[in-house]
Structure formats: C-alpha cells, structure tokens
Design a protein around this ligand. Structure first.
Ligand SMILES: *Cc1c(COP(=O)(O)O)cnc(C)c1O
Length: 377
C-alpha cells in the first residue's frame, strides 16, 4: 500500500460492530465490567478509550512505529515523552525548536533536574560535542522552527545508537506523509496534531509514537499516570483530518513552493527560508529523508516596520499563531511561537522582528500572491 492509500485504509476503515465509516465517538469516562472472569481492555477512560485507541493505532501505523499515544496537546505529548527521563539525565536539544518546547526544557525540566544542552542540530559536530556521560537522548525538529535548519536524521540516529541515546523527533511540520523519522533509525516521534494532522484549525491535540514496546511502555506509564489525555471528540476530528492529509499537504506544498520562489526573487524581501528552494542549505539532506519540502516557510522583510505592516495588511492570510490549517496563516515568531524564547537567545538564533512564517493553506495561489504583493507594498 502506498502512503496516500494508507491514510484512508489505516485499519480503521470502518467500525466492525456497525459498519460505520466514521470512527465511533465513545463518550464515556468509565466502562462497566462485563465479566469478572476475563480481562477487559477498557476500564477507565484516562487509561484507554476506543476512539483514542483508533488514532493511537493509526499514527503508529503511519509513522512505522509499534505504539502510538494521544495527548491533549502537542505540548502534553512533548512533556509526557520527557517524563520518561529522570533527574540527573541530560538531553542534547536543537536550539531552534518550537518556543513552547524550549520553555518546558528551559523553565520546567531544568528546575526538576533534567539537564539539556542547546545545539545547532544541523551540525553533527555540535551534537557530538555536547555528549556527556549523563546524556540519555537527542531531541530535534527538522526542518527546525522557524529557520528551517535541517538535521541529518540518519547520522543523528546512528550517533545516538552508538552511545545508547534515544532520538526524539518533533515531526509536526512534515507529518508522516512527508517524513518518517523512525525509518531513519530514530526512536520516538512526537506531533502537534493541532497542525497538519487535524488540519482544520479546530482541535488541539498531540501524539507520540514509540519505535518499540519497551519505549512504548515508558510513555504509556506517563500518559496513564499524569493523564494529559484527549477527549474522544478531538480524536474523531484528528482521525477525520488524517483522511484528507495527502490532498491538503500536496496542494498546500505546491502553493508554498510558488510563494517561496516568488518572494525569494522579490526586492522587498531580504531572505526566504524553505528547503524547497534551490541552493537552500540542507536541501540535499532534507530531500534524502523527506518526500517534499512541506507547506511552511519563512521570510524576512527589509525592515521590522515592513513585517508588522505586512501582517496587519494581509487579507487572505490569518495573522495568527499556528500552522497546518486549510487557511493560510502568517505568523510572527518573535511575538508568537517564539515569544517564550528570551530576546538574547532569539537574537543568537536569528529570529528577528523582520521574520514572518507562512503556512500555506488551500486558497488559490494567485489570490495569495496578489494579497501578499499588496501587503508588502
Ligand atoms: C504547535 C507546535 C507544538 C505544540 O503543539 P500544541 O498542540 O500547540 O500544544 C510543538 N511543536 C511544533 C513544531 C509545533 O508547531
């Protein structure tokens, strides 16, 4: 089965009890004991729910892992995965990760004794240099956020294997439709399903996939104990979103590529960051591990004033936080996704007031170009 077919025929094609094509929403907190002589799969909905299980099995299948887990948000997924580590452990972390993930590392887990070193994960030598005897994992996002630095997943995973580290990849920007980190040898994939997987800007949700049973059991222990679990309605919405992922991603990616190419040749634009552009650093590595450049890119205007003006003038793009919806979203990392990163750190990373991140939606590209052109002027 090819990956587009797998999105539809994912083992939950229909409900075996009723034949329903939509996954049944089992809205319950508890399950009556049907027999005291046999074990029962579901007993309390924090521990497990059939609607949630459908999505957990689906994401495991799509990512090529053994076990999937659903959470109430992408941050809950990331925080719960980090919950498998102990005080004194050390994690090598890409510096330009999602701002919220930066915050849980820097503010919370550090306070509880889980240490980290931020590195430029597009440089293997920086990852290697950060290794300590306490290092237990590497945490990356590729392409990174919001400057689209590329981590070589195979090189990273083989370094990790050699040193007994767990490689964790936030695959939100790519989705399993474009990139499957477990196939490159990584161990855990996390997602904000709020973005492309849900796909319609109408649900907050997160996922984690474990390569094997041992890791899966550790994540499940956190999911069940801490209980950052999603409700069944949200699981239904993400299941529904996944069915159209191919059509949405292909179309949005086409638009992103057109917009990025056009902007990179426009005098009003200083730089465009997108692995779909020729001569973009890391393009070859990205193409070796992903089936496309994705639907998100960022660009810099000449001045901060022009960026603010663009964001307040643009008509079809929603000036908003988030990405991966049917509507084009223009976000301002410095004030939105990366507001939690301290100014000095942001400056070091190159996240300036001129930087705008675009998530291409499903509008007609010509309309978006006309709109962007006016907003830049
Ligand atoms: C949005 C996002 C998150 C956080 O997910 P939420 O669902 O908002 O909690 C994590 N990583 C990336 C790359 C994101 O874009």
């Amino acid at each position: 089965m090819k990956k587009g077919t797998l999105l539809i025929h994912n083992g939950h094609d229909y409900d075996p009890g009723t034949g329903a094509l939509g996954v049944p929403i089992i809205q319950t907190s508890t399950f009556a004991k049907l027999s005291f002589s046999e074990d029962q799969e579901f007993d309390y909905a924090r521990s497990g729910n059939p609607t949630r299980k459908a999505l957990e099995e689906t994401i495991a299948l799509l990512e090529g892992g053994e076990y999937g887990y659903a959470f109430s948000s992408g941050m809950a997924a990331a925080a719960s995965v980090l919950g498998i580590f102990a005080a004194g452990d050390h994690i090598i972390t890409a510096a330009d990760i999602y701002g919220g993930t930066y915050r849980i590392f820097e503010v919370f887990y550090k306070r509880w004794g889980l240490n980290h070193t931020f590195v430029d994960a597009s440089r293997m030598e920086e990852i290697e240099a950060a290794l300590t005897p306490q290092t237990k994992a590497i945490f990356v996002e590729t392409p990174s956020n919001p400057l689209f630095k590329i981590t070589d997943l195979k090189a990273c995973a083989s370094f990790a294997r050699a040193h007994n580290l767990i490689t964790i990849v936030d695959n939100t920007f790519m989705t399993p439709y474009l990139q499957r980190p477990l196939e490159a040898g990584c161990d855990i994939v996390i997602h904000s399903a709020t973005k492309f997987l849900g796909g319609h800007s109408d649900v907050i949700s997160g996922l984690a996939v474990a390569r094997n049973r041992a890791l899966g059991k550790r994540i499940y222990a956190v999911q069940n104990s801490f209980g950052a679990v999603p409700g069944p309605w949200d699981m239904f919405l993400v299941m529904r979103g996944i069915k159209t992922l191919k059509a949405r991603m292909e179309e949005s990616q086409k638009t992103a590529l057109k917009l990025a190419r056009w902007l990179s040749s426009d005098k009003r634009v200083e730089a465009v960051y997108y692995p779909g552009l020729d001569c973009f650093p890391g393009k070859a590595v990205h193409e070796g591990q992903a089936d496309g450049p994705g639907a998100v890119f960022s660009f810099e205007t000449r001045t901060e004033e022009a960026a603010v003006k663009f964001l307040s003038s643009v008509q079809y793009a929603a000036a908003a936080v988030s990405l991966g919806g049917v509507e084009t979203i223009a976000s301002y990392p410095i004030r939105m996704s990366h507001a939690a990163v301290p100014p000095l750190e942001r400056k070091k990373l190159g996240i300036t007031g001129k930087l705008i991140r675009i998530s291409a939606g499903l509008e007609d590209c010509d309309d978006l170009m006309e709109d962007f052109d006016k907003a830049l002027s």
